[in-house]
Structure formats: C-alpha cells, structure tokens
Design a protein around this ligand. Structure first.
Ligand code: FES
Length: 154
C-alpha cells in the first residue's frame, strides 16, 4: 500500500470515529486493521486528527501488546510459554522455529511471511506444547514436528 493510500485509509478511520479523542484506542485498532501496523505517519495523522499530543498517542500505541509499530507477517505465530507448555518443552519448539525462520521472538521475517511471538497459556494446557498460527491451534508440538507445519503456510 502506498503512503498516499495509507493516508486515505487513516482519514476514513478518523472520520468514522468523528475525530473523537476519547476513542483513541478504537481509532488505533482500526488503523492497524486497515493498514497492517501503526506507521509513524499514521500515528502523527491520528494525533492531529484527534487533537491528542503525539506523546500520548505513542504511549497508548506502545502500552497495548495488540498494537504493532513495525510491519507484521501474514501469519502470526504464537508459541505458548505458559507453565504447562513450558514443562513439556515449548522452549525447544520456540528455538526450532527461530532457527527455521532465522528470526528471534518478537520479530518478523524479511519476506513478511511470519511474525513470531509468545503467549502465556491459551487454555489448552493438556495439549501442550501449543503453537498457534493465525487461527490454527497446533497441539503436542515438538521441535521436529513444527518444521513441516510451518511449511504448510504460504
Ligand atoms: S500453558 Fe500452554 S495452553 Fe496452558
């Protein structure tokens, strides 16, 4: 998406929320949904459009884990690091993914295919180690087993 298209999308979001500063979180959520992540320009535009200081916009954007200030991959991988998954070896599964994708947790592959993150318990402890890719839950994962799973994602 070009910077011009991004600007137009952010404008639409601001209009949808009637430039209401009390809806800052919703505005940022919608901007992220519309353009993929919160760019510097989008945050600036939100600050001006809502008449909220840029520092406040940044503090909200960095406070919530759901917001991303860097590009995200098409598929977000979440490795569960909760206690039950951890004792079953989720750290080794995470290491295997890091090795396979050549990235560390919290980052995105250069081709923007995957973003790798961790979570703490997704409520399926009996099936741990759990790896969630997008909406798909993959249980009883092993360092070897995750490799062909990753290859299924285009
Ligand atoms: S600890 Fe991983 S699902 Fe509960």
């Amino acid at each position: 998406m070009s910077p011009k298209e991004q600007k137009a999308k952010v404008k639409q979001v601001l209009e949808k929320h009637r430039h209401d500063k009390s809806r800052l979180v919703d505005v940022l959520q919608d901007i992220q949904a519309a353009i993929g992540y919160l760019t510097k320009d989008a945050l600036q535009q939100a600050s001006q459009g809502l008449d909220v200081p840029l520092s406040r916009v940044y503090s909200v954007a960095t406070f919530f884990k759901a917001f991303s200030l860097t590009p995200r991959g098409r598929h977000v991988i979440n490795v569960c690091m909760g206690t039950a998954c951890h004792v079953r070896g989720s750290d080794k599964v995470l290491e295997s993914i890091e090795k396979k994708l050549k990235i560390k947790r919290g980052s995105t592959t250069k081709d923007l295919k995957f973003t790798l993150e961790t979570v703490n318990c997704v409520g399926a402890c009996a099936l741990g180690p759990m790896v969630i890719i997008g909406e798909d839950y993959h249980g009883e994962m092993t360092p070897e087993g995750i490799v062909p799973v990753l290859e299924q994602y285009k």
